[in-house]
Structures are given as C-alpha cells and as structure tokens.
Write a protein that binds this ligand. Structure first.
Ligand code: SF4
Length: 437
C-alpha cells in the first residue's frame, strides 16, 4: 500500500507513467518509440549494457520482461530508496532553491537553483534522467559554479558499474552546462552513506562503452546470446534460458569461459550436443598421476546427452575422524553470515545444530557457539560443498579470532574438506552446473 508521504512526493514530482508513478522513479525507463529512438543511448540502456549486451538490445526494442523474482523485488526497493533519498535531500534546502525537471540552461550562469531533481536532459545522442543535481555557487571571480550529479542505490556494496553509471550522468551534465564535472555522489545502503566519485577518471571508459552501444543499436539483429552471471537477476531470464535450451547454446554449461567458447566456435562447435561427441578418454601420464584431474566440459556435455553420471577415476577424499557436515548462509551485500548449520553422525543417529545471527554483533556469538560445539566432538572433520564455506572459515578466523592453536578445533578448521573440489573434475552429473540451487 502506498504511504501518504509517497503519494505526496509522487504528486510533486509531476509527469508520470501509466501506473501513476513518475517516470524518474522508474528503473528502467522505457524508450517509447524504438524506431525513432534506437540511436539514443539513454542511462537505462547504458546501465543494461554494463550487465549484458543482450539485455541492452532487448530494452532498446522494448521487449516485455519475462519475469524474474529478484528483478521484481529489487525494482520497488530502488524506487522506495530513491524516493526517501530525494526527500532527505530536498529537506536540506528552502523551496526557493529547489527545482523539479528544469530545462537545459542556455547559460549556466543563469541557473538559480541549488538542487534540481528529475533532471531529464537529452544532448546529441545521449539521454538521462539524472536523479538529482546539486549546484555549488561560484566562490568568486574565475571560480565557476560546480554541478554535482547524484545517484541513489539501495545496495550497501557498490560496484564499478554503479560508478560508471554516475560517470555517464556526469558526462551528459558536463555537455549540458558546458563545463567539466569533476565530482559525483552516490548515496547508498542502509546508513545512507555518500560515496564521492571522481568522474573524470571514468570518462574514457564511459565514452568507449557509449561507442559500443551505438554500434550495437545500429544493427538489426541482437548480439549472440551468452548466458552469464547476471542472468539470475535479469528481467529477461525466462526468455533467454528458453532460447538457450532451444539452441543448445554452449553458455548453458557453467564454468565454460568466454575464451573456451571462442576456441570451440573456431573449431566449428556451437552446441552442447556437438561438444558431447568430442570427449576422448585419455590414459594419464605417470608423472601426472598424483595431480588433480582437470575438468572436461566435453564429458559433462556427454553426461547431459546420455542422461548418465560419468566418473573419472576413484573419488578418495580421505576423511579422517568424525565427519561434521557444514553449511553456511550469509548476506554478501551486508558482509554478514547469519546462519551456521552443522550435522554430525552419532551412534544414536544424526544430530543437527543451527546457529542464527540477527545482526553483525551476533555473528561473533554464533561463531563462538559453533567452535564450542566442535570442541565437544571427537576429532571433528569439517565437510562442505563449495568454496563459500572455505571463505567463511577464513573470514571468521580473521574477523573474530581463530580457535586456540594446536587444538582439535583448529585442526578441523584448517583441514576442512570441500567435496566439490573432488567432484568437479571426477564426477559428471547430467546437469549444466554443479550448483545446488
Ligand atoms: S537473461 Fe542473461 S543473457 Fe538474457 S538479457 Fe538477461 S543477462 Fe543477458
């Protein structure tokens, strides 16, 4: 349900889309006429391109989103965050110093506002809806007023893509006011921290990306479909995964790098089925017998084609002592681990322990509780699936202190076994990835 303050802000922010929400609060904002606007590089297209060239192309052609739980969750989060951030910013200045959707100034010296929001400007082939722009008045002769673009991002951890998007706005702002924009600000995270970004350091990369996008949009066909890490958060996930399966695309195989894919393309291999016929079992040389087996994408492809599990060699993880199966959950954006789960086999059956943390302060408590339970097990041997737990054990020792040196708990933490490191090169399931989710 919309709050009264949200409705009031929406009324003040003026022009809005068919759902009643102002365009500036919408992310992404759609290009209305793809024919007329296909050469316009908007901040929405720039943002999409940083994630995936196919996403950029689909947005430019106003393709309908096909649904993604994360994308549907993130959109209102960003809208609410932006709305609250603008409200806070507006409250710092009297009404006479504010502007909503101001036009491009003919002369920057004529600008009277100190803060403008929903700044929709199009210069040449670039278009952006700058969320907010601050003007720092001139401090005397020869010292012109400065313009600072703002972005609001609900994530706590910022990536290079967030900074590049701000630099895109700075580039457009600089063209509009005819002077260099040296600084931009990103307000982000739960604490509404402000990160200052020196935008000129990113200007050449922004220009390079704009050129690439212009070339992409000028074409009549979409770029080659390549599934990637962003797919799990993308509004086109269903469309692309369906197409990739229909085409039997090589990028369905997780872990196949771009370099490997290009190498296979050069050999005329374009599908998982084609790849599946290239696996040739080889006898290992004597000198490499003690070494870890390498992963064969062709054998995974064969496992998928035959719908069979294939094994290379004998799996021997050498588990000594009492196996303690470990699983950890966390929030990467907050750098917080909130759940440690272990399962131990005993004579009476399996016993499970779950340690929950509500916030960062409780993380240390659950780490100590976990170590305490480990110390009561005879010769514990930690077993986990994937590198997430390896990183967890290392980080917790650094952050909250390792177990006492020489103790059986210290030994357990130091010699934990990652089952996936054995499975990865030796067991091939008929699945595109070894992920559990
Ligand atoms: S689902 Fe993946 S491949 Fe498709 S547009 Fe999104 S990120 Fe790109």
């Amino acid at each position: 349900m919309e709050s009264r303050s949200r409705r009031a802000l929406i009324r003040r922010l003026g022009p809005r889309g068919s759902d009643g929400v102002p365009d500036c609060l919408l992310a992404p904002r759609r290009v209305v006429n793809p024919e007329a606007s296909c050469m316009i590089v908007s901040s929405q297209l720039f943002e999409a391109y940083l994630e995936c060239s196919t996403k950029c192309w689909l947005r430019s052609r106003v393709e309908p989103a096909t649904g993604n739980v994360y994308a549907e969750w993130a959109r209102p989060q960003n809208e609410t965050y932006l709305e609250y951030g603008l409200k806070r910013l507006l409250a710092t200045l009297p009404e006479s110093d504010r502007a909503i959707t101001p036009p491009i100034p003919k002369n920057p010296k004529d600008v009277t506002w100190c803060l403008a929001i929903d700044v929709r400007w199009r210069i040449n082939d670039l278009e952006s809806c700058l969320q907010a722009v601050e003007r720092i008045p001139s401090e005397g002769r020869g010292r012109p007023a400065q313009f600072i673009p703002y972005r609001f991002e609900f994530a706590n951890k910022l990536s290079k893509e967030h900074k590049l998007l701000l630099a895109f706005d700075a580039n457009l702002l600089s063209e509009a006011v005819g002077r260099e924009v040296n600084l931009g600000k990103i307000v982000h995270g739960d604490s509404h921290a402000t990160l200052k970004v020196k935008t000129p350091t990113l200007a050449s990369e922004v220009r390079k990306r704009i050129k690439e996008i212009t070339a992409l949009l000028a074409g009549n066909s979409p770029p080659d479909l390549v599934l990637n890490r962003h797919c799990g958060q993308c509004e086109f996930q269903t469309r692309c995964s369906t197409q990739a399966r229909e085409k039997d695309e090589l990028s369905l195989l997780s872990g196949l790098s771009e370099k490997d894919r290009k190498r296979l393309h050069n050999k005329g291999i374009f599908t998982v089925t084609q790849l599946s016929y290239t696996f040739r079992p080889r006898r290992r040389r004597r000198e490499s017998r003690g070494k870890q087996e390498k992963h064969h994408h062709s054998l995974r492809a064969r496992a998928i084609r035959e719908n069979k599990i294939h094994a290379v060699g004998i799996l021997d993880p050498k588990l000594e002592g009492t196996p303690v199966f470990l699983d950890v959950e966390g929030l990467p954006d907050l750098d917080l681990y909130y759940l440690i789960g272990i399962r131990v086999q005993s004579a009476e059956g399996s016993v499970q322990h779950s340690f929950w943390a509500d916030d960062a302060k409780e993380e240390k408590l659950i780490w100590n509780d976990f170590l305490g339970v480990l110390s009561e097990i005879t010769n514990p041997h930690l077993v986990h699936y994937g590198s997430y737990e390896t990183t967890f054990l290392k980080r917790m020792c650094e952050r909250h202190g390792p177990p006492p040196a020489g103790s059986q708990v210290a030994t357990a933490v130091n010699r934990a076994t990652n089952l996936l490191s054995f499975i990865y090169a030796q067991i091939y399931f008929p699945t595109y990835s070894n992920g559990l989710k």
